[in-house]
Ligand binder design. Structure first.
Ligand SMILES: CC(=O)SCCNC(=O)CCNC(=O)[C@H](O)C(C)(C)COP(=O)(O)OP(=O)(O)OC[C@H]1O[C@@H](n2cnc3c(N)ncnc32)[C@H](O)[C@@H]1OP(=O)(O)O
Length: 293
């Protein structure tokens, strides 16, 4: 993907790790703030990724990256485009609090590192760039792919995981996150909290709403102050995600929220606002509700 500016000046490394500051932490001395152009690159890649996955709207954008504690690994080819470089693709990861079913079908609450979005530009797919990004991230995060959760992986991504990491047997879930055999192995009790006391009136729903669901819900949300008046009474989040949505955990852990004031969009999404802004009470537990991605 080409841009009308020099990507090599924006991204000195072949793979850049971007966070909510939209930088990899280093700012070139004497140069103007590069965030505007970095945002343009992220936004274009996010749109292309959504298109490739037939999503209704991008789940990756500069604004979403700024409002979440995610990491985005961006790969460039520096030589192309007359030496200005091209953006090859990206991989976005983040921690999510999930309710999952273990091998025995028991509900557990866990906060693994999740693959949230992954894209290599169409004409460069199947050239090993995806593997380059993925293995860089594994080293950077010091994580084993079997210990990660995958947010509604596409058929191409499933094929990728099987080919490169021999991940094929998944543990059935009732949400769209995929975890593979070995995910629950050797986890400490502290890592695997038994999820949620059962409500007397029914089953626990160990759902984790998809990020794609959130994108869809964001499109439906009415502007403030109408939200507060039109939402139904508080109830647990619902349902399995639809075809064109991407997973959102029930919430992001407060410990992973970026510093600074919570953006007003924090009250959007499928959950009605609580008396304490930004918090959702779910079956007796309070959680921070943040916009995803
Ligand atoms: C949680 C999520 O993010 S789900 C969304 C994943 N992203 C997408 O589906 C967007 C479109 N696809 C892509 O961007 C890329 O194909 C990626 C990111 C999945 C993989 O990146 P690539 O650079 O193509 O991967 P890389 O070259 O390292 O590995 C190739 C392997 O990936 C898989 N793969 C890549 N493209 C395809 C394809 N068109 N059809 C089937 N499998 C594919 C195959 O296993 C392939 O091995 P093979 O060529 O021997 O069959």
């Amino acid at each position: 993907m080409e841009f009308p500016f020099d990507l090599n000046a924006l991204f000195p490394e072949r793979i850049s790790v971007l966070d909510h500051n939209l930088t990899s932490g280093r700012k070139a001395l004497g140069r103007p703030d590069p965030r505007h152009q970095i945002s343009a690159v992220i936004d274009e890649l996010g749109k292309a990724s959504a298109k490739a996955q037939q999503l209704a709207a991008p789940i990756t954008s500069a604004a979403k990256l700024q409002s979440n504690r995610h990491h985005l690994y961006l790969l460039k080819e520096g030589e192309s485009n007359g030496g200005r470089g091209v953006a090859v693709g990206f991989l976005k990861v983040g921690y999510k609090k999930l309710f999952l079913l273990d091998q025995q079908g028991a509900h557990v609450e866990i906060e693994p590192l999740c693959i949230l979005d992954f894209f290599v530009t169409e004409n460069l797919q199947r050239h090993g760039y995806g593997l380059e990004l993925f293995s860089y991230m594994l080293q950077h995060k010091r994580v084993d792919p079997v210990r990660m959760a995958y947010d509604r992986p596409s058929p191409k991504f499933l094929s990728f995981l099987e080919k490169h990491y021999d991940l094929k047997e998944s543990v059935p879930q009732v949400n769209n996150f995929v975890v593979f055999d070995g995910f629950f192995r050797d986890r400490s009790a502290a890592q695997l909290r038994k999820a949620l006391p059962k409500k007397p009136e029914g089953e626990i729903k160990p759902y984790s709403l998809t990020e794609r669901e959130v994108v869809r819900e964001e499109q439906k949300v009415l502007p403030w102050p109408f939200v507060r008046h039109t939402l139904p009474p508080l109830s647990p989040p619902v349902s399995l995600p639809s075809q064109y949505t991407r997973s959102q955990s029930v919430n992001s852990s407060p410990s992973h929220a970026p510093p600074g004031p919570a953006p007003p969009r924090g009250l959007q999404g499928p959950h009605p606002p609580r008396p304490v802004p930004g918090e959702l009470e779910l079956q007796g537990q309070a959680y921070q509700v943040r916009p995803q991605r």
